[in-house]
Write a protein that binds this ligand. Structure first.
Ligand code: ADP
Ligand code: MG
Length: 320
């Protein structure tokens, strides 16, 4: 059986990168894994964005879940928070509790984690490892030019409401495992990091969809003290969700399904052309689904006849 320190060295410590000419330290890491704390060198003029997400076996994923996909997902959900702030992800720490030092599991988990970390230039700079029920917790640190971060507050009356990608796929994957594309959405979400960074100076507010579109847009409305009208027919749905005959189930997946990790953002109408151009450039669908209203922080979703629809609550750990 591996010791704690062998395990960290073998699966989580990577050889330090060489600094490029002119760089003070490779990827802003003055000291990585191996000491009592990491030392980071944020770039001048940047604010640090810091966020943590915890995934627990039995709560966020089922026992026996594919370790490679877990490695991807635990980092992806954190990257998604950086995207929603308009921050560029740079460093991460990983706190993990494991029932046993299972090398096959660790090998796959670290492969999933580092494959995604590499794609976004994120360095793992520390963490903690203990024995216990399987739980995974990442803290991510990113940078955003001072004054340009995106907030939940900031949506103003008349602003358009936009959604990236598609909604409801992950929730379909959870409800019906026979839909392979939907299960992939659930297990291997694609964080919209590039979109988040490009929305600096364009979006008036942003959030990522982790608990369901209606609930997460609701957070923007609360924080911005505004209302919203959304046209259900405009909400982007994956083909498998569109084909669902049970319309109550379909609208529940689209409006209240969690785990899609798309971005919902608001922007002034004057930015429409800019958002559309960004969509082509990033090859990512950006759908204009409604508008921000004066008044109570209430969301009105209208069906194709213009009638208000019932909206189920999104996910809440402390509600039935
Ligand atoms: P301490 O006793 O100071 O808490 P540890 O012995 O727990 O330090 O960890 C040793 C080093 O390994 C530290 O630099 C820590 O940040 C790092 N580390 C521990 N676990 C992980 C992990 N799962 N992923 C990345 N780094 C880790
Ligand atoms: Mg420790």
């Amino acid at each position: 059986m591996l010791s704690e320190f062998e395990l960290i060295r073998k699966y989580f410590e990577r050889a330090p990168r060489q600094a490029r000419p002119g760089e003070r330290s490779a990827r802003g890491v003055a000291l990585g894994i191996g000491d009592d704390a990491a030392l980071l060198r944020p770039s001048a003029g940047m604010e640090l964005a810091v966020s943590t997400d915890l995934l627990l076996e039995g709560r966020h994923f089922r026992a026996g879940a594919d370790p490679r996909k877990l490695g991807h997902k635990v980092l992806a959900v954190n990257l998604s928070d950086m995207a929603a702030m308009g921050a560029a992800p740079r460093w991460a720490t990983l706190a993990i509790s494991l029932p046993a030092a299972d090398e096959a599991w660790l090998d796959q988990f670290s492969k999933g984690f580092f494959a995604l970390a590499e794609r976004f230039g994120v360095e793992l700079v520390g963490g903690d490892t203990t024995r216990g029920p399987l739980s995974l917790c990442v803290t991510i640190l990113g940078e955003v030019p001072a004054g340009l971060a995106l907030f939940r507050a900031g949506a103003g009356p008349g602003d358009d409401i936009w959604v990236s990608g598609e909604l409801g796929g992950a929730a379909l994957g959870l409800a019906k495992p026979e839909f392979a594309a939907a299960v992939k959405r659930l297990d291997e979400p694609e964080p919209r990091v590039e979109l988040g960074e490009r929305l600096r100076g364009i979006a008036s507010a942003a959030i990522d969809v982790s608990d369901g579109f209606a609930q997460d847009l609701g957070h923007i409305l609360e924080r911005s003290a505004v209302g919203a009208i959304v046209e259900y027919e405009r909400l982007p749905q994956p083909a498998d969700v569109k084909r669902i005959q049970d319309k109550a189930l379909q609208s529940r997946l689209v409006l209240s399904g969690g785990d899609d990790y798309e971005l919902v953002f608001t922007a002034p109408q004057a930015a429409r052309a800019e958002v559309t151009a960004l969509s082509s450039e990033l090859k990512l669908a950006l759908s204009r689904v409604g508008s921000i209203q004066v008044g109570e922080p209430r969301l009105l979703v209208l069906d194709s006849q213009g009638r208000p629809m019932a909206v189920a609550h999104g996910f809440d750990h402390f509600q039935p």
